[in-house]
Design a protein around this ligand. Structure first.
Ligand SMILES: *Cc1c(COP(=O)(O)O)cnc(C)c1O
Ligand SMILES: [Zn+2]
Length: 423
């Protein structure tokens, strides 16, 4: 029952979970969960808690967020696919989808906050371009647990919840997502705080892994293709890890899905490195003029400069083992795909999900996907229009606005006062 150990993807040693995201021998590798329950037993609970057996937590938070998989009719016909499955992560109550902050980041936030509280890790500090911050703010509110969120100033309108909360300390930086990450690292070093760990946190990955579990348990087998736009690649690594568990389960087939991934032009570092056959991203070649390129990207959540690509157990290994590919998508292609999908399926998409749909269109056109196989598309975000009809969204206010001239001592004083009230 929720029983597991952690295993280093480099040295293979198994050890109990202390809440750390590092190998005891400090290998630069992802640390994975190994669950005692080899056969997945779905619990009779709403949303992602159905997959509690394969989440690194011992208590079940009362949340409703979860993926929903259905077989597409209209869009599948448009594309000429015979078995196209849509796994929707967003708000669409008519389909049973109740991710209120409208992206699969909420699936990461739930087990991450729960694991941190079980392991007494301290108050989590999360850096975000928008979707992650909104997801953690919502779950902090639902679980009544404090969180510190650091975002670029321009992402402020993206941070809202469906319920009023005083559990979120929101800090803005005058810069892009990378600047928010650097600030968050300094803030997480303050007393009682801890970095949430990003892709290295097995709770984040296993939370996102429920997308694959939902698809496979709905379809009855592991899909032949998994399609997703990637920023860090965490969602794809999570899907690959979940598929490996399903193979060991034995009831869903013995194959891994081909990972059909995509990035949004002109910022496509992983697509460039993969095309060149390199395990390492070379910043000079693969992300020249990064700041300029990032400013032109339509789906900002895909602009991660330091993704877990080359690390052992990371995206390079995932693509290699699954016979995967990374495509590039232009802003226009993403917008057109968003429109087409909404016309066919009747729900609005996050820009990043538009990139995903566009990559499926390109891959199908170029013969990179067999249209007769089981294709699963991870709609990582959507339903923003629908959630506004159902809830009065509550903006989260920035408690502290910083820029390059704000000293760390000033931030530390402010954060410490807040922590004293919330720890
Ligand atoms: C974060 C995000 C992605 C990218 O996911 P990664 O795990 O970082 O690769 C895609 N779509 C949406 C809507 C997201 O919020
Ligand atoms: Zn190790």
């Amino acid at each position: 029952m929720g029983d597991y150990q952690i295993q280093c993807a480099a040295c293979g040693q198994l050890y109990p979970d202390t809440g750390s995201n590092e190998c005891p021998d400090r290998h630069a590798a992802l640390q994975r969960t190994v669950y005692t329950a080899q056969r997945l037993q779905c619990a009779d609970l709403p949303g992602m808690m159905r997959f509690y057996d394969w989440l690194p937590i011992h208590c079940k938070p009362a949340v409703t967020a979860g993926p929903v998989t259905y077989r597409s009719v209209a869009f599948a016909r448009e594309m000429g696919f015979s078995n196209l499955y849509i796994t929707f992560n967003g708000f669409w109550p008519e389909k049973g989808a109740s991710v209120k902050t409208c992206s699969f980041k909420e699936l990461e936030a739930v087990p991450t906050m729960q694991r941190a509280s079980e392991k007494k890790s301290g108050i989590l500090v999360v850096a975000s371009a928008g979707n992650t911050g909104r997801a953690f703010a919502q779950i902090a509110a639902e679980m009544n647990t404090p969180v510190v969120v650091v975002i670029p100033k321009k992402s402020l309108p993206l941070i809202w919840t469906t319920i009023q909360t005083d559990q979120v300390l929101l800090i803005t930086v005058d810069g892009d997502y990378s600047d928010a990450i650097s600030r968050s690292i300094a803030i997480a070093a303050l007393p009682h705080l801890t970095a949430e760990g990003g892709a290295k946190n097995c709770a984040r990955r296993d939370g996102m892994g429920t997308v694959m579990l939902d698809a496979a348990t709905t379809i009855g087998r592991i899909p032949d293709y998994y399609v997703q736009a990637v920023g860090s690649g965490t969602g794809a690594i999570a899907a690959w890890e979940a598929a490996q568990r399903l193979v060991r389960d034995g009831r869903y087939g013995s194959h891994l899905p081909h990972m059909i991934l995509s990035q949004n032009l002109p910022f496509v570092p992983m697509a460039n490195a993969w095309k060149a056959g390199r395990r390492e991203i070379d910043p000079m070649i693969d992300m020249a003029d990064a700041t300029q390129a990032i400013s032109q990207v339509y789906a900002d959540v895909l602009t991660n400069r330091n993704p877990p690509y080359g690390i052992t157990g990371g995206l390079f290994d995932c693509l290699t083992e699954t016979g995967g590919e990374i495509f590039t998508v232009s802003n226009d292609e993403a917008r057109q795909a968003q429109r087409l999908f909404e016309e066919c399926e009747g729900i609005d998409l996050d820009p990043a999900a538009g990139v995903t749909v566009a990559s499926l269109i390109t891959a199908a056109r170029d013969g990179n996907i067999d249209p007769c196989r089981d294709v699963m598309i991870n709609i990582t975000g959507g339903g923003y229009k629908r959630v506004q009809e159902a809830y009065d969204l509550v903006p989260v206010n920035a408690a502290l606005a910083t820029d390059r001239t704000t000293g760390m001592d000033q931030i530390a004083g402010f954060v410490n006062d807040w922590v004293k009230e919330h720890a």
